[in-house]
Design a protein around this ligand. Sequence first.
Ligand code: PEP
Length: 249
Amino acid sequence: MPRPLIAGNWKLNMLRSGATELATALRKGLEGESKADVVVCPPFIAIPAVVEALRGSAIGVGGQDLYWQDSGAFTGEVSAPMLADAGCRWVIVGHSERRQYFGETDETVAKKLRAAQKAGLTPIVCVGERLEEREKGVTKDVVGRQVDGALGGLSKDELKKLAVAYEPVWAIGTGKVATPEQAQEVHAFIRWRLAGLSDEATAREVRLLYGGSVTPENVRGLMEKPDVNGALVGGASLKAESFLKIVRG
Ligand code: PEP
């Protein structure tokens, strides 16, 4: 089984001072051996401060999004080489909030994740169904389409250099976490789909994170499932105490 990965998505929160304070507290709290790889994804503008606060620690830093062109007349965008240059090693791609509010599609997700890999960043690719899709019984159709749309055509080597986050939209920021069984069912499906795009050995190496209202109270049950290799954490990553508890399981 791959080493667990716990990533914090800070979304549109925190000024530089708060971001530095949180990063410093995480650094202190995670000194020594950690059972998981840990990543934080601050807003773009706070990335340099967080990279500085975490310099020399094992905690990685990631962007929350990127644009697929390296440079040019694309006002307001941030590219993969820019994130890498700022000290990021990770980037979230295709978060449901980007899909819902900013017109992200499977096609743009595919372009972004390729641009990220080209710059040496590890993408965390988000997929997940909306509530009405789950209620209609089409969760696997939706997630399968998102996985194929984003990851189809990647080599085995490229597939091993990314993580997939299953984030049911109805569970994000709602306090309504998926049950460990619901998460496991979709994770097993995603892994099977990844095997279809490559082979079973490759699929086994890809880290599959669960995201959606993860807290210190529910993380253990989720992580006990065989196909859950980590978590993408929003709200509970904004306080050092709760994020550290999640990392420690
Ligand atoms: C997220 O932003 O990816 C997320 C899972 O948020 P939350 O943990 O707040 O539901």
